[in-house]
Design a binder for this molecule. Structure first.
Ligand code: CA
Length: 82
């Protein structure tokens, strides 16, 4: 806890970002998504990897497979099915 404590409570009030993390470090969730998109594991995400990942998300959200996302599908889309 020692190293993490900096800026979490005492000196708050910096005004930017409620995360308390360093500005340089992307949020953990973003890094996880990045890692998931990096299909070949080379540490970079190409445009095609990006598109494939989003197509997968789209298809997971498009429950009736009609190629469109309705507001209802969108609202239920939180967790893609495996
Ligand atoms: Ca890659």
């Amino acid at each position: 806890m020692g190293m993490m404590g900096r800026g979490m409570k005492g000196q708050g009030m910096k005004g930017d970002g409620a995360t308390g993390g360093d500005a340089m470090a992307p949020p953990v969730a973003f890094r996880m998504i990045f890692a998931l998109m990096d299909a070949d594991g080379d540490g970079t995400v190409s445009l095609s990897e990006f598109q494939v990942a989003h197509e997968r998300i789209f298809r997971a959200m498009d429950r009736d497979k009609d190629g469109k996302l309705t507001p209802d599908e969108r609202n239920k889309s939180a967790v893609p099915q495996q």
